[in-house]
Design a protein around this ligand. Structure first.
Ligand SMILES: [Zn+2]
Length: 59
């Protein structure tokens, strides 16, 4: 048994996941969530950049 660093729950297996830029050993649930959050963060960053580029081109 291992303890997940994110939710504090016991997990049979911990996996490495990038959590806010750092590799952490977390349970699979938290790894999924962290991966999703990373993707959303990346996406919203590119959306903002895209909007700025779009505005720049129009003005
Ligand atoms: Zn967890």
């Amino acid at each position: 048994m291992a303890i997940c660093k994110m939710c504090g729950e016991e997990a049979q297996e911990l996996v490495s996941a990038r959590v806010q830029g750092k590799m952490r050993k977390v349970c699979e649930d938290c790894a999924d969530r962290a991966t999703e959050e990373e993707e959303v963060a990346k996406e919203s960053e590119s959306v903002v950049q895209g909007m700025m580029g779009f505005k720049g081109r129009r003005n």
